[in-house]
Design a protein around this ligand. Structure first.
Ligand SMILES: Cc1cc2nc3c(=O)[nH]c(=O)nc-3n(C[C@H](O)[C@H](O)[C@H](O)COP(=O)(O)OP(=O)(O)OC[C@H]3O[C@@H](n4cnc5c(N)ncnc54)[C@H](O)[C@@H]3O)c2cc1C
Length: 472
């Protein structure tokens, strides 16, 4: 019996359910495969930095698998349609009787996997799929009436007990019998993606790096609840690219927080809050599976389709390029453009600014974020955008519109982050950064090269309120 493991967004050997099960089932070796699907990734708007990070982690995975005598094959096919044929044929060519994989929950991906299952069946190859991406699988939690939870807090209550009762991890597999199949080299480039401007110093690849980050963060976790909203400090785990590419398992992160909670008799607000964020990750996957329209460009609340979203290209360009004249918004957008990552507080601030103050369609913003983010993930990105736009499940009420000046005063009082990302504002006193009149005066008196407000925030707010009210 030989197993074929198809790696996708689970690029690790530690606590990888499909990999471990494949080694348990095999007595004549295990083969791995990773598919590069450039056109599909382009259609999904994947960012250059995300694809580069993926490829670098595939390289790390290939080395780790080689040390277990598991050769990793690399195949390229343009789009998902070609995959069923490719996987079923590969299983036959490598004498594998079963294909093992960890589920991906997005609509395109799960349809592709259904077609792979069919193609395998027709070729006499078995296919085994596992839940591995999240801590509690979608559909594992339902209300007493068997419906899906569309509100986070009751979901979280059930999630908490389910997670603790059901969590199981897999060990790193033991070394496998050698087989006469050579691993493939991992390419340096992927057609259609430009790696030349991607900063590689910020996100070193590999499981060891992800573990190091988790260990480092666990020493800081106590202050997570007080520091996590402050973009100028390293208050969060910075694990999202690793979780997204599956370089570390969400279970491992959860168990690390649990260990800390247990050793403090549950008295660690930082660890509790962090677990809650991991729960949001599961929640948005759960929503996407229960309500697939959210991943097909549709709002969770259908009536919000009636909002007269503006299609102002000029305003959109100002937002994208971090030139709106609102320092905290511009600092966030520049962080995204320069590093491929944005602090969570700023993701909320910038998303709300686009969808409320500029009243621009959340789907424009969602797509733009996806095209830039190293951690771009359909469920979390869509969840975050629909939350900010008040179109989603359990989203922010439409009338609670973040004031960009109050946000910066609260979360970047000394303007440290703003001045780092917007160096043209270095000489502006911090107080003026949080006050529209003083900011305007400081800019004109020093003749600073910083744009005027793209919209008057009070007028923008009023326009958004009217647009939402008109829905009733
Ligand atoms: C508009 C918008 C878009 C977003 N797009 C993405 C995205 O494409 N990919 C992504 O991973 N996260 C996204 N998020 C969620 C969040 O901003 C990031 O997960 C977080 O900033 C990553 O930093 P961290 O790893 O230091 O997080 P930490 O604060 O350390 O949290 C730990 C982990 O929990 C998960 N998590 C935290 N917050 C959320 C959340 N609100 N929703 C879902 N999962 C969460 C992430 O996997 C994160 O790595 C988005 C949020 C908003 C408001």
């Amino acid at each position: 019996m030989r197993s074929l493991v198809w790696f996708r967004r689970d690029l690790r050997i530690s606590d990888n359910t499909a990999l471990f099960e494949a080694t348990q089932a095999a007595d004549d070796g295990v083969v791995g495969v990773f598919l590069i699907t450039p056109k599909q990734w382009q259609e999904h708007k994947d960012a250059d930095c995300k694809v580069k990070f993926l490829i670098e982690n595939v390289r790390d995975l290939s080395d780790k698998l080689a040390s277990l005598n598991i050769p990793l094959l690399i195949k390229t096919c343009d789009v998902f349609q070609e995959v069923p044929d490719l996987i079923s044929k590969l299983a036959c060519e490598t004498d594998c009787d079963t294909v093992f994989l960890n589920r991906e929950y997005e609509v395109n991906e799960s349809r592709r996997d259904d077609r792979v299952a069919l193609a395998c069946e027709q070729s006499g190859v078995a296919l085994r799929r596992f839940h591995d991406r999240v801590i509690v699988p979608p559909k594992a939690i339902a209300t007493k009436e068997g419906k899906f939870y569309s509100v986070f807090t009751p979901y979280r209550r059930v999630w908490d007990s389910t997670a603790r009762e059901t969590i199981e991890t897999s060990p790193i597999p033991s070394s496998q019998p050698e087989i006469p199949i050579n691993r493939d080299p991992v390419p340096e480039m992927v057609a259609g993606f430009d790696f030349s401007n991607v900063r590689s110093d910020l996100w070193p690849p590999g499981e060891d790096e992800a573990d190091r980050r988790l260990k480092g963060f666990s020493k800081r976790i106590l202050s997570y609840n007080t520091q996590r909203d402050i973009p100028s400090v390293r208050g969060t785990s910075l694990l999202s690219p690793y979780l997204n590419a599956g370089v570390i398992s969400a279970r491992k992160c959860f168990l690390e927080a649990e260990k800390i909670l247990n050793s403090s008799d549950g008295e660690n607000e930082g660890a509790k809050t962090w677990v809650s964020e991991l729960t949001w990750r599961d929640f948005y996957n759960h929503v996407m599976v229960a309500c697939p329209r959210v991943s097909m460009n549709q709002p969770f609340k259908p009536k919000t389709n009636g909002i007269p979203w503006r299609t102002d290209e000029g305003d959109f360009i100002a937002w994208k390029s971090g030139m709106t004249g609102y320092p905290i918004v511009d600092a966030g957008m520049r962080q995204l453009n320069q590093t491929g990552w944005m602090h969570n507080r700023l993701r909320m601030v910038t998303a709300m600014f686009l969808t409320k103050h500029l009243l621009i369609d959340w789907r424009w913003g969602e797509n733009y974020f996806m095209s830039q983010l190293i951690d771009g993930d359909l469920s979390a990105n869509n969840g975050g955008w629909q939350w900010s736009a008040s179109t989603g499940t359990d989203s922010v009420p439409y009338f609670r519109i973040f004031n960009p000046f109050s946000q910066s005063k609260r979360f970047d009082p000394d303007g440290l982050f703003i001045k780092k990302m917007c160096p043209e504002l270095t000489t502006v006193p911090a107080r003026a950064l949080h006050d529209p009149g003083k900011l305007k005066a400081a800019i004109s008196s020093s003749n600073l090269d910083y744009p005027d407000y793209v919209v008057d925030y009070k007028a923008g707010r009023e326009r958004a309120l009217q647009a939402f009210k008109s829905l009733k």
